[in-house]
Design a protein around this ligand. Structure first.
Ligand SMILES: Nc1ncnc2c1ncn2[C@@H]1O[C@H](COP(=O)(O)OP(=O)(O)OP(=O)(O)O)[C@@H](O)[C@H]1O
Length: 205
């Protein structure tokens, strides 16, 4: 397994959001997270990515095996599209900038400062980062926001190629990606029953 989580409870702002989540992600598999706004998909992804600690439970993943793409694209505005990808390739000791540009049809924009991209173009650049990162597990929060139909198809193709190459992904999305390889995890049944108290609150009770 590339990533496993066992009996995970996750919190946001000191409040338990989900509890008892277990999952196992094998090479070539994708897991689509479903659930209404506020259900806890982002919180689960951030916890799996190691950006925040779980309240309970365990996560096992290969060191340096994950890459997270959330709502903030992490783009450096002053750098060109190509320079952004080269920067990430250096950070991740990763891959081929030319393939990443090609996967999202970014060649005509390669020398443009990222600050001068549209929202959808910025999102394409943020997703191209995943290709240079060359990490086996992609954790993606609403990756298709701002993408038009063609760019959504580019993302689906990039994800399929990643899975075909032995990678895996967990994707929170409200749209249908049309992936045969994908399983679905509805986070609704894992809604936490009781709010967690942090030490600060407990001191006043
Ligand atoms: N900074 C914060 N502080 C406190 N609570 C927060 C914070 N951010 C989000 N929450 C709450 O945590 C809960 C889970 O939010 P989360 O962003 O994980 O949901 P989501 O399933 O990703 O929603 P969406 O589909 O709208 O993206 C929600 O009730 C939300 O209001």
């Amino acid at each position: 397994m590339l990533l496993t989580a066992h009996n995970l409870s996750v919190t946001r702002g000191g409040i338990a959001v989900l509890e008892g989540v277990s999952l196992a992600l094998a090479p070539g598999r994708a897991l689509v997270l479903r659930g209404p706004n506020g259900a806890g998909k982002t919180t689960l992804l951030r916890t799996l990515a190691g950006l925040q600690p779980p309240l309970a439970g365990s996560i096992e993943a290969e060191e340096g095996g994950l890459v997270y793409a959330g709502h903030a694209d992490g783009i450096k505005s002053a750098l060109s599209v190509r320079e952004n990808l080269a920067f990430w390739a250096a950070i991740f000791a990763g891959g081929d900038v030319a393939s990443a540009l090609a996967a999202y049809a970014l060649e005509p924009l390669a020398e443009r400062p990222a600050a001068a991209l549209s929202a959808g173009q910025k999102r394409r650049l943020g997703l191209a980062r995943l290709i240079v990162a060359r990490r086996p597990v992609w954790l993606l929060d609403e990756p298709t926001v701002s993408l038009d139909r063609d760019a959504t198809a580019m993302f689906a193709a990039a994800l399929r190629a990643h899975l075909a190459g032995g990678g895996a992904a967990i994707v929170a999305t409200h749209i249908e990606l049309g992936l045969d390889e994908a399983e679905t995890l509805d986070v609704g049944p894992y809604k936490a029953r009781a709010a967690a108290l942090d030490d600060f609150d407990e001191a006043f009770l």
